[in-house]
Design a protein around this ligand. Structure first.
Ligand code: TXA
Ligand code: MG
Length: 317
């Protein structure tokens, strides 16, 4: 990773022109545009083939810039972001009017976060405005954790700031503060336990695709090209007879009958499992097998988000 002044200047010029720039965050790579420019933001939806009902997260440099995006900052939300920003935490707050509707899919709320990555922070600082950015992958596919993953999808369509592999590996945790009680909308790189330790109660809502509160939270997401099935935590996976199967394990297990086995962490470390998950799914989807058989991990800590991504990868629609 060596990003020069010229790289940053090119990226900032592109954003100022209403273009797109891919950049690293600690979670996954983002595909950014000027959050105040609706025409620029529309290009994100077009590049990703993303449905317009799926709102974007606005990336800011600090709490002060966040206040220029949110019209209200409830005390609990402020307490939480003061503890965990910069970091893998997105808060949903009432939006200010200058945030265009296309960013929030017409909602009166906006998702905001300060990413914990020096390149992302430097980019926002030099640009001087908030950057709207989803993950830099086509809608529904596996999120990118390296600049090469982004290039695989989009080639040279826009500048990509290369900041090596991401260090968290799964997307930010999303907490909604717009309706009184804080509510978890998406488990992610900051564990629910840490959030609860800081602010007490957090509502955990059942996910419903019929009327998603977070409109992007459709079941099938993070989907590899090859079908994936899941074995519960603590069970020993077996291949499906008659099918060529690859195996995805959180930690070493004595399995047999698989064409290929991928172990996410030799020491069963949740941080390492999260970091390696998406790159492993990408390797597996490029094998000539019929099926990926994955095993869940514990539902504690980062395990909640890891299992969430596995279930979405397994979901048939
Ligand atoms: O870690 C991350 O969050 C990464 C990096 C690039 O920051 N970004 C990311 O963005 O995962 P994306 O677009 O793949 O997922 C953002 C999700 C949306 O699908 C939606 O569910 C939720 O955030 N979201 C955004 N704004 C919202 C709002 N106003 N209300 C409810 N949910 C919202
Ligand atoms: Mg995404």
């Amino acid at each position: 990773m060596s990003i020069t002044d010229i790289d940053f200047e090119t990226a900032v010029t592109e954003l100022q022109k209403g273009g797109l720039v891919a950049f690293p965050t600690e979670t996954v790579y983002g595909l950014g545009a000027d959050a105040f420019n609706p025409v620029a933001v529309a290009k994100i939806f077009e590049a990703k083939n993303r449905p317009h009902f799926d709102p974007l997260i606005v990336h800011v440099f600090n709490l002060e810039m966040a206040r220029s995006v949110a019209s209200e900052f409830p005390p609990l939300a402020e307490q939480l972001v003061k503890k965990f920003w910069p970091g893998p935490l997105t808060v949903i707050l009432p939006k200010r009017e200058l945030i265009p509707d296309i960013v929030t899919s017409g909602l009166s709320t906006v998702g905001i976060r300060v990413p914990a990555h020096p390149i992302a922070l430097e980019l926002i600082k030099r640009f001087g405005r908030p950057i709207a950015a989803p993950s830099a992958n086509p809608f529904g596919s596996i999120s990118p954790t390296t600049a090469d993953h982004v290039r695989t999808h989009f080639g040279d369509r826009f500048p990509i700031l290369d900041g090596d592999a991401t260090t968290v590996g799964i997307e930010s945790t999303i907490i909604d503060f717009s309706e009184g009680q804080p509510a978890l909308l998406r488990p992610g790189g900051l564990s629910l336990e840490k959030i609860i330790a800081e602010i007490g109660r957090v509502n955990i809502q059942e996910r419903s695709d019929a009327l998603p509160k977070a409109p992007g939270q459709l079941s099938r997401h993070y989907a590899p090209k090859i079908p994936l099935i899941i074995f519960p935590f603590g069970t020993l996976p077996t291949p499906v007879s008659g099918k060529k199967c690859a195996c995805l394990l959180p930690a070493p297990m004595l399995v047999s009958g698989f064409e290929y086995t991928e172990v996410l962490s030799q020491s069963n470390d949740l941080t390492e499992i999260a970091v390696n998950l998406f790159a492993a799914l990408r390797r597996l989807e490029n094998l000539s097998v019929d099926l990926i058989v994955a095993v869940e991990t514990t539902s504690c800590g980062l395990g909640l988000a890891i299992n969430d991504r596995l279930r979405r990868a397994a979901s048939p629609n």
